[in-house]
Every structure is written in structure tokens, then in C-alpha cells.
Design a protein. Sequence first.
Lengths: 419, 272
Amino acid sequence: MSTTAVKQDGPAAVTPTPSVGSHVRDYWRRVRGGDIGALPAVLGLLVLCTVFAIMRPSFLSAGNFANLFTQGAAVTLIAMGLVFVLLLGEIDLSAGFASGVCAAVLANVVTVLGYPWYVAVIAAVLTGVVIGTILGLLVAKIGIPSFVVTLAGFLAFQGVVLLLMEEGRNISVRDSVLVAIANRNLPPVIGWALAAVAVAGYAAVQLLRHRNRSARGLITDPIAVVLARIGGLAVILGLAVYVLNLERSRNVLISSLKGVPIVVPIIAVLLIVWTFVLQRTSYGRHIYAVGGNKEAARRAGINVDRIRISVFVICSTMAAIGGIVAASRANSVDPNTGGSNVLLYAVGAAVIGGTSLFGGKGRVLDAVLGGAVVAVIDNGMGLMGYSSGVKYVVTGVVLLLAASVDALSRRRAAASGSR
Amino acid sequence: MSATPLLELRGIDKSFGPVQVLRDVAFAAYPGEVTALVGDNGAGKSTLVKCISGIYPTDAGQFVFDGRPVNIHSPRDAAALGIEVVYQDLALCDNLDIVQNMFLGREKRSGIVLDEPTMEQMAAETLAGLSVRTVKSLRQHVSSLSGGQRQTVAIAKAVLWNSRLVILDEPTAALGVAQTAQVLELVRRLADNGLAVVLISHNMNDVFAVSDRIAALYLGQMVAQVKTTDITHAQVVELITAGRSGGLGLTGESATNGNGAAPADSTTGGVS
């Protein structure tokens, strides 16, 4: 083990760091070995965007770019929660209507009962926690397959939404704060400030880790790769904020419309929080362990039941947040909120992003990337004037494609693993 | 007898309902020695190991660890004493890397954040202490490792915690020739580092290659525990299959170790 022998506190240049070339080769070897991660989603996103941009130049307009975020937000948020359930190899089919129930609770509390917006938000999120706890208990303690439990939930919650809506009438949401979530934008300056904070924070974390590891003589990624990652994030965030800060109002004299949609930093914060939980805490490590080998996790002293219940709680809670965003975007809640394609789009988003349906593999970022793919398909095909029938078929095909990539890469990994 | 045993069991009984699986079993493991635990399928090897590791409670009998009588009621008790078991199916998570597997359930943290550098260093030191050179990177997923490498990781995981007694359940069962040699070498090195090692094996070549003592179970009874140098291949096979071999085994109190071998007429237990 060369790592123990070398102890130094000098700069990274003297540590046994692999070169940039070997890093790239290493990555390529992992990809060929079946560990492709989010690569298909990123490539798919590039291809789709290029195709739509060529066919419909308006796809690239600032207004449409902002639309993409608000259109995809609810599905992305639900998908972020689903990643946790999928990591255990379970499924939550009720997440869509769970978000509907939570949205209905929100609308009832704020509009019918007239409480302030934060009470409504707390009520909606708590509803999500309760739903998740019930689902989790049924799966972990009673031992009903999650597919069945959540399928029952899917039907029951659909009914609950109807009951909360007093037989199908919709309830409008007029509270200015709630409406702002999906319909208002940040002032351009704040957008830039948040982007700067995000890049600075990411750079600090990456550089600190690099220094810490090389100080202890551990193998680190080459500093050039670390800097490239930071630079890449800065470029992407910078471009996105720049485009979103362009004026996208049809008539500036009537109203100005520019800035980062408020829902974007909400997604970003949740992405950072959940990524931290999954990657840097022992709770997150235990989720991966239970998803990879339940028996091994049990023998390692991990409380498997508690982990299983907790992921359903996280999933339903994220569904609640998704429901709030959906209610905000529509300015109302109707019996179909969280219904129709929401759940399947959310599962699709997680899987397209690279989360395995077999458990043990996936990141919260996958949900965001996959959510972007789903939103781009939905939006781009809408611009091209295709009917929803065609959109559904195409999204279904893409989901199938993603699932087969998952299954094939798994086979490939198994084959290369048994070398 | 080199020293006092690290772990000594006396008069262990264990039944599952009407089936008595262990009958007045005595067993000892010595520091710095490999004790091979042999016996046919259903002889009670796995049950004995699970009693030692706290998974099964015993019906009767005494545990003496390091000269003190102890009670082991749960795997946690066993771990606290420094007893680690490497199970046959290894219990590794394929989707985690080597370091993550070695620290699974006992992660080092600073605050609420995982302390990855410390864990990686400790893992590297442990593997270096076992002279393991076959693993390229500590950050590769276990799914990419060969059978022998997995076994190595599982064993390293067991010795990471300053354990004093390591029980290996058929560590070479699924391995090829070269990998078997590697793992046996590792087992020998554990004992040379001062640990007490218990090796469960069906393979007589492995047993004679690496062990200092052999303990033979036959239908839930300890029929002999002798030094490897004092016994032949054929005798061990006889002990395993018939419960006796010449002066050893069920007839006559074996003079070698004074193990409590029960009378021969009690071998009609329904162990299958």
C-alpha cells in the first residue's frame, strides 16, 4: 500500500496523484465497465436541445428557458424524493397523488380556512411526512411489497384528493407568497449573488478536500480536474443566470419579466441538502448499504427497518413540496393535481438520470438531470405542435430506453466485475 | 499447550425445539494459533459459531474469555470482546467501495460528516499490516473485485477493529487454487500477528496447511481437539465421519486435551 508510506504536507504536486490523462482513462474504463452514471442523461439532454433548437429556434429563447424550469420543477422535486426509495430497490407509485393530497391540504388551509401561507406549507409538508410514515411502516414492519402498498396508496390518495376537493371542484390559491414560488423571479442581482455563492461554496469544498487528502498522503484527483470541475460549474451557472436575467417580457412597457425563477434556488438548496445527506453522512451511507445488500447491512448493525421507513418519509415529503410548487404554478388545486403523468414523469426523471431500478445506485442530481430531460421533451415537442399523445409515447420510449440502459450497464458491470 | 486459551467454552448445550444440536461442547481457541473447526454437514459447526458470536443464545454452558467468565447475549457483546466473524457469504455491499465496506455500520465521523480521509488511512494501514498487495485502489467498488480479493476485504474488515478472535467460515470454499493459497497465507498471518483464529473448513488440505489445532465436531459433540501435528489426515476424516478414530473420539476419554466427549450412546440425536 503506497498510501501509508507517503506522508507529506506539501502541495499536491509531490503527492502520488494520478495525472489528468490517467484520470480521464480511468473514467473511460469505468464507463466501459458499465458504470455510466448520468452520462446518458447529459448526452440525451445535449442531443434533444440541439434537435429542438434547430427545428424551433424559439426553443432557445430566454422565455422558453425560464419556462423549462417552472414546467419541470414539480416533477423534479418528486423525482428527488423517489431517488431515495429507488436506492433501496423499492418503488413509490403513490408519490404523484401524495403530492396531490398535500397540495389539496395546502389549498384548503390557505383558501378555505384562511390561514397564512406558512401554516398551509407546514400542514402540507406534515401531511407528506404522515403519508410516508404510513407507507414505510406497511412496507418495513408488515412486509407488504412496496409496489402493492403504494399502488393501493395511488388509488386511495386519488380518492382523498377528490374528497378534499368537495367532489371535483377546484380550489384557487391566491396567496401572493405561494403564487410567487413558481411564478415570480428573483431580482437579477440576487440571481448573480446566489450563483457566486454557489460556485464559491463548491470551490471551497472541493479545494479543501483536495488539500486535506493530499496533506494526508491519500490519492487525490488531479488539481487540474478539480479546477476544471469548479470552472465548469461556474460557466454553467453563469450562462444560466445570464440568460434568465435577460428581459423576456413581450412588452417591457407593461411589465418587466426577468430574473431567475424563485423555484430554481429552492430546487438547488434541496439538491445540495439531500446530496450532503446521501454522500457525507452515515445515514446516507447506510441507505446505499441497504440498497446494495440488505443482509450485509443488517449484520453491520444497521437498523434496516428504520432506513426503509425513513426513505418513504423523505419521498412523500418531497412529493409534498412538489405538490406545493404545482399548486403555485397552476394558481389552484384541482382533482387532477399530481395525477395523470406526474408520477410516471417523476419515476422516468429519476431513471433517465441514472438511478438504478435495482437499488443501490443513484444520486439526487440524477433526478434533476432526468427532470431536465423530461421537461425538455415535454416543452420541445409542445413547441413543435405535437399532440399530447405523441408526447406521452416519446416520453414512454425514453423511459424504456433509460431503463434498458440501466439493465444493460448492470449486466456489463456484472460481466466486467467477475473478471 | 502454548498458553492459556483466549476463548474457552465449557459444557455448551444448544437445542432448537426438540432437536439438540450441541451437546456438552468444550472448545478452546488460543492466541497466535489457528484452530480448525471441522465436522460434517449438520455437525453443529455453524451453530457453535453463532453461539460464540452471540447470534444464538446457549441453553447451558460457560464462556471464559481471557481468563474471565463472560456472557455473550448479542453480536454487540461479542464485538465488544473483540470477536469478529467472517461469514461464508462475506456480507459485503457490491455497490460500495472497499473503505466504505470495511467501516460499514461503524463509520468514523467528525461531527455529522463522514471522516473519509481517516477511514481511508485506517483501511490502508490495516491492509498493509496484512501485507495485502493485490488490491489496486481502496476506492474501487467491491463488485469489481475477484473472489479472493473480496475474502481479503472481509477479513481485513474483521481485523480492523483490534479484534482478538477472528472466526472464518469456509473462507476458501469458492476460490481457485492461487486465491486459496493467498487467503490461507492471510489466515496464517492473522495468527502470526497474535490473533486467535478459528477456521471452519471442509478442505483437509487447507486444514493441515494452516492450522495448529484441530477440533472435530460429530453430531453436536466435540469428539476431539488435538494438535495438528499429533493427528493424521485419515484420522481426522474418521473423526468427522464416524466420531472416533483409534484412541480419539467418542470411545474412551481422549487423553489429548481432556475434552468432554460424551458417551457414545448419546449420538442418536436427530441432527440432520
